[in-house]
Design a binder for this molecule. Structure first.
Ligand code: GLU
Length: 475
């Protein structure tokens, strides 16, 4: 049997981390099995589904590399087919029209509550003859489900889960206004799309019992179910906005890489030994939905940053320059040819100091920002009067250095400090402030190598003359 899975988001918001992980698990399982991974947009709630949400979800999936193998199916376009199935069930006597009014249903519920019984539809219309009509009432269509025995799911993640049929009432398939319910749409679509494995959040486990009953009534083979535990925040509560960003696209804005997101998300529920870093190929080779754990995974920002830092370092400098460019633009920095050349040259030392593209862009300022360099408040403290004079003297020495390379530059600066009767740090701090505008940067002699003599002398002139403006962006 060839595996067919689907990711079926409801487009009522953005693609959140939990949804992204569900999509990833489906995608991985399909790739692992050599099967197909499909998308279905469950836009049946016409009021809450928006084109913007659909676009944001598809964009989030595209960014993560989890687009469907075929164009997405839109559930709302399939209403006629859903209704056709309901009509067939009705004709076969597996479903029936229910003529109860909202008032009757409310009265039924009130009585059940008063008598301490579970609140369920009492099936009074099930016994009515098929040609029964109550004028002025638009009936709903209900599924006639077994009243005895139990419904059992052999869930690939949760194990055997069962419910007594007496606890499930005859669910509505078609509303009084003639629209199919979500439950009907999902089952008909999964069946028609040939879905073999339904992999989704365990908040849908209770739906699965009802869906199974519908498959049985339709006389078709149900798919295998795998209900994966939800993602929790570090405090153990279900992941939500108050734990920080939940939309996948916000992570793109924060400078995370899609491969790092995939790597991090897969480990929220699945693992390969204690390996923290996994390539997508390794995930595909080893992923089995049956190995997903049953306890909720906890989201941990520090781990995600750690994984992202790893994947940033795997990238060639050219690609990092391309990736960081939009983040530089946000800092108001334009990459010209000189900046691009310096960035390529200095990237190895920049990337080891960054965990995200946002941090990389901040670090890259040293090679990209125009003169006179803006300095952050901490660095500004090192550019006071005494240090300005010292920097002017150092500039004269550096103008004469024979070989412009880190080891030689260090020698010269140390000798200069000694002549000034100062510890080396007392020279290095203002030098770093003048050349980078910050107090944290790659090794200063590496920065000097990348900038080149002319630029270094010009920046020292700026600092000596007190020309550096204060940095506007937070460093
Ligand atoms: N549309 C549902 C959701 O977004 C998923 C339903 C399913 O996977 O069966 O939660």
């Amino acid at each position: 049997m060839s595996v067919v899975v689907r990711f079926a988001p409801s487009p009522t918001g953005f693609l959140h981390l939990g949804g992204a992980r569900t999509a990833l698990f489906n995608w991985l399982y399909a790739r692992h099995c050599g099967g197909r991974y499909l998308l279905r947009i469950e836009d049946t709630d016409r009021l809450r589904s928006t084109p913007e949400a659909i676009a944001a979800i598809l964009e989030g999936l595209r960014w993560l590399g989890l687009e469907g193998d075929e164009p997405p199916v839109f559930q709302s376009e399939r209403f006629p087919r859903h209704l056709e199935v309901a009509a067939r069930l009705l004709a076969e006597g597996r479903a029936y029209r229910c003529w109860c009014t909202p008032e009757e249903l409310e009265e039924m519920r009130a009585r059940a509550r008063a008598e301490g019984r579970p609140v369920r539809y009492d099936r009074r219309c099930r016994a009515r003859p098929p040609d029964y009509v109550r004028p002025g009432v638009r009936p709903v269509i209900r599924l006639a489900v077994p009243t005895e025995g139990e419904t059992v799911i052999e869930d690939l993640v949760q194990g055997t889960v069962r419910i007594a049929n007496a606890q499930l009432d005859d669910m509505v398939l078609v509303r009084g206004d003639g629209t199919p319910t979500y439950m009907l749409s999902v089952v008909v679509d999964d069946h028609d799309m040939g879905i073999t494995h339904v992999i989704r959040g365990d908040d849908h486990l209770t739906n699965a019992f009802r869906q199974l009953q519908l498959y049985r009534a339709m006389g078709v083979e149900p798919p295998a179910f795998a209900h994966i535990p939800l993602i929790h925040g570090p405090d153990g509560a279900k992941l939500s906005k108050r734990h920080g960003a939940v939309s996948v696209l916000e992570y793109r804005e924060m400078g995370f890489l899609p491969e790092a997101m995939r790597n991090y998300l897969v480990r929220l529920g699945w693992s390969l030994g204690d390996r923290e870093i996994l390539t997508t190929e390794e995930m595909i080779a080893h992923f089995d939905i049956r190995d997903v754990g049953r306890s909720p995974a906890r989201f941990d920002m520090d781990r995600l940053l750690h994984v992202n830092a790893h994947w940033l370092r795997q990238k060639p400098a050219e690609e990092l320059v391309r990736l960081v460019e939009p983040f530089l633009a946000r800092l108001g920095l334009v990459l010209d040819e000189t900046g691009r050349r310096r960035l390529l040259d200095g990237m190895a030392e920049l990337v080891v100091r960054a965990r995200t593209l946002v941090e990389l862009a901040r670090g890259a300022r040293v090679y990209v920002a125009p003169r006179p360099l803006a300095v952050d408040p901490r660095a500004a403290k090192f550019l006071d009067g005494a240090n300005r004079g010292r920097l002017a003297r150092l500039r004269a020495v550096l103008a004469e250095v024979d070989a412009w390379e880190p080891a030689r530059l260090e020698e010269v600066c140390r000798a200069f400090a000694a002549r000034e009767g100062l510890a080396f740090a007392k020279v290095a701090q203002p030098l770093r402030a003048a050349l980078t505008g910050t107090t944290v940067s790659p090794p200063i002699f590496e920065v000097m190598r990348v900038l080149g003599r002319e630029e270094v002398l010009a920046r020292l002139d700026d600092a000596a003359a007190g020309r550096n403006p204060a940095l506007q962006h937070a460093p």
